[in-house]
Design a protein around this ligand. Sequence first.
Ligand code: FE2
Length: 293
Amino acid sequence: MSKLPTYTTPEGGQLTEAMLADYEEAGVLILQGFVATEQCQRLREHTLELIDAFDPAEVRHVFSAMEQTQLDDRYFEESGDKIRFFFESDAFDEAGNLRQDKEHSLNKMGHAMHDLDPVFDAFSRTPELREAARCIGFADPAIIQSMYIFKPPRIGGEVYCHQDSTFIYTEPESCVGFWFALEDATVENGCMHFIPGGHRMGLKERHYRGPDGKLLFETLDETPWPEGAEIAAEAPAGTLVIFDGRAPHLSGPNLSDKSRHAYTLHLIDQASHYPAENWLQRSPDLPLRGFPA
Ligand code: FE2
């Protein structure tokens, strides 16, 4: 496979047999034009308003996917049912001040915008998404997390090859990622790359809370990912990328002058068991929700 399966979004989000066969084969499916560019623009503008209202002095926290130790930080650990902002590791100077404005210093926002913010809620729960989730086999889907990824120009960091089921683990496994390009994602600005078929290679790691409460990684399979097998998932704004929780993916640093905003949802099946050891936990006051009927 030299190219990831890429289609124009079908009417109503109803996936065809060919799309589903490709998704099964590759573990990833790219649907261009799933969201109108105006909707992408609206979500970006709304996010900029949320950033405006956020005072970074409250939180001098750095999150980088390259430095997993920060996952220990309570600010991150307790963000499963909140809306919180996480900075790029290079965002602050030695004195602890932001090197550039807030918008261009952020790594991501997470992890419950879809439940706490009406604009994100509406974006995340369209009939088209419900239909796409049904087509790929969800009987009773719930949205467990949302992330807004900023990938700012020049400092947007690299994300190493991983599987999202490592972090969003259920028994049986049911995690699926729905990733939306809110701006054009290219190789230059750090688009995702996938190893097609890699979802059949098993789960390599689990990330969970150990008996002492500390988050840890457990290696389940030490086999390295095949070298050079990853394929770029370039995606114009409005594209939806659906990928299996076991699909290995990575993204390069953003070395360009353009940001690469994206929005991700992770779905799980309500019928599967969600372990109490998973990093992401939610208050019982905020029950999981799927899509409106
Ligand atoms: Fe991921």
